[in-house]
Design a protein around this ligand. Structure first.
Ligand SMILES: NC(=O)C1=CN([C@@H]2O[C@H](COP(=O)(O)OP(=O)(O)OC[C@H]3O[C@@H](n4cnc5c(N)ncnc54)[C@H](OP(=O)(O)O)[C@@H]3O)[C@@H](O)[C@H]2O)C=CC1
Ligand SMILES: O=C(O)[C@@H]1CCC=N1
Length: 273
């Protein structure tokens, strides 16, 4: 297995923060990670976890400051800030460092236009925090086997890796990048339904959330297809059969397709800047 080089993380919020915490849970030494954030409060929180951290609030050159000596630089800032952030660090990057971006929409060609380094574009998801991410990985034109191996090692430590060509990553993002939001949204809807049926908020949350968690664990533990697990719930002529018939009538497949197309269209807008 590839040993991870010292890692610099520029912007460590919901997504890159989950990756860093997932890596630490996998055994990565927090002292081998350096983080930069916007606010002093976020940097202080990282220092409390044993990670070297600097903030732009305390030091306007924090981004360039943390990349020195890093073999991999994880870009965890918002997509609109990727190019400016790369410009800031271009002069401080180790020539051999691989730049690994998690930003939606920002292409490898755009990033390669700003720094001379090899670039890997990825699309993880927030279950990285509990080492259950699914991450799409795209090699930029300068990324060779060694750089790809580093990116793979980062994301395999926090879940499962899927390699794909760049033209497919916006579609992957609509399914798995946004996917946690999709499942949480469904859980919110089920909770509201339970409340409308007379359960207290607390009871409704318990029913919806524990059913989500239990169903996910059953899927993982059995390895069965969802359709088979659904069949086992659906007694012939029973109540679930009626429930699923209503969901079918609502043509949820079409709704999910439209939702995914909307996310893909947004990623393409973001690519245009
Ligand atoms: N959220 C998700 O589920 C996913 C997000 N992504 C991608 O992850 C990236 C970040 O999104 P997300 O984590 O949600 O956003 P957050 O707002 O949660 O995190 C952004 C981080 O960037 C820091 N920051 C802001 N400005 C700068 C700067 N100029 N230099 C360095 N750090 C800075 C913030 O600091 P501070 O903590 O002080 O505010 C924060 O730590 C995006 O590109 C997004 O496309 C990809 C897959 C899934
Ligand atoms: O909403 C976003 O733009 C990011 C990318 C996928 C999930 N979150």
């Amino acid at each position: 297995m590839t040993t991870l080089p010292p890692l610099a993380v520029l912007g460590a919020g919901s997504m890159a923060g989950a990756i860093v915490r997932g890596l630490i849970a996998s055994g990565v030494d927090p002292a081998s990670v350096a983080v930069s954030t916007r606010s002093a409060a976020s940097a202080a929180a990282w220092r409390a976890e044993g990670v070297r951290a600097e903030s732009l609030e305390e030091n306007p050159h924090a981004n360039a400051g943390v990349v020195g000596g890093a073999g991999a630089v994880l870009l965890g800032v918002k997509p609109a800030m990727v190019v400016d952030t790369l410009r800031e660090i271009a002069g401080a990057l180790d020539a051999r460092a691989v730049v690994v971006s998690v930003a939606a929409g920002i292409t490898t060609a755009t990033m390669e236009g700003v720094v001379p380094n090899p670039v890997v574009r990825t699309m993880p998801n927030t279950p990285a925090l509990v080492r259950r991410a699914v991450t799409g990985v795209v090699a930029g034109s300068r990324a060779g086997d060694a750089e790809l191996a580093i990116a793979r090692a980062i994301f395999q430590a926090v879940g499962t890796v899927v390699e794909l060509p760049e033209e497919r990553i916006d579609a992957l993002s609509a399914i798995s990048g946004s996917g946690p939001a999709t499942f949480y949204y469904l859980t919110e809807q089920l909770t509201e339904t339970a409340e409308r049926l007379g359960f207290t908020r607390e009871e409704a949350r318990l029913l919806a959330e524990q059913t989500l968690v239990g169903s996910a664990e059953l899927l993982a533990a059995t390895g069965e297809e969802p359709a088979e697990l659904r069949r086992r719930v659906t007694s012939p002529k029973g109540t679930t059969e009626r429930l699923i018939a209503v969901l079918d009538e609502a043509r949820l497949a079409d709704v999910f397709e439209r939702a995914a197309e909307a996310a893909i269209a947004r990623a393409r807008e973001m690519a245009r800047g």
